[in-house]
Design a protein around this ligand. Structure first.
Ligand SMILES: [Zn+2]
Length: 195
């Protein structure tokens, strides 16, 4: 019998719900999911990698290392509590004059604005006024893919490369010092800076 309406996402969630608080490498979870999906629907599970990444982006899974994820019921509940309450969100927007703190555009410019955690939730950032900032939808989209520090490191790598090509020694030195600090504190070592 083929069960109707089981989605790939449901299968992935089911697997992690059955294995709470365990660090699970990619190949351990996908085998079961591919087999279960085939058994129940007769179909091939397409791109389980993407499904897992999506669950991580939604806050359901914690990413522990490259390809290693963990489901933690306490963590999921905690994250829900750490979303901005409407009144905090309003205070953040008011403090930032309803404008993106990066590009300065806001509702008046036809940009949608969002409240963002400066220190990300998955690194312990709380939903407080101090940890909140107003971002336009464009920058918030970039931040969904890169954390605050990842984004900054990419900006400074770009600045360094441009300064080198323009032979602007002051800006070369400046961006170099910032990038050396990134390396010193091992912030986002996965992003490589070619000196
Ligand atoms: Zn912006």
């Amino acid at each position: 019998m083929v069960k109707e309406g089981v989605s790939q996402e449901q299968i992935l969630r089911e697997y992690f719900l059955k294995n709470p608080k365990k660090s699970i490498a990619h190949h351990d979870s996908v085998g079961w999911c591919i087999n279960e999906y085939k058994k129940r629907t007769g179909k091939v599970f397409a791109d389980p990698d993407r499904g897992i990444r999506k669950l991580h982006q939604e806050g359901f899974l914690i990413k522990e290392a490259k390809g290693v994820y963990r489901y933690d019921p306490d963590f999921v509940e905690k994250r829900d509590l750490e979303d901005f309450k409407p009144e905090i969100k309003k205070q953040i927007f008011e403090r930032d004059c309803y404008k993106c703190v990066i590009c300065g555009k806001g509702k008046a410019d036809g940009m949608e604005i969002q409240a963002d955690h400066i220190l990300p939730k998955d690194k312990g950032g709380r939903a407080t006024l101090e940890n909140g900032q107003t971002l336009c939808s464009k920058y918030n989209f970039l931040k969904k893919n890169f954390s605050q520090t990842e984004f900054a490191k990419r900006v400074f790598i770009k600045l360094y490369e441009v300064s080198v090509s323009l032979k602007n020694q002051e800006m070369i030195n400046f961006s170099k010092e910032v990038l050396i600090s990134f390396e010193k504190y091992h912030i986002d070592d996965q992003i490589k800076w070619k000196k």
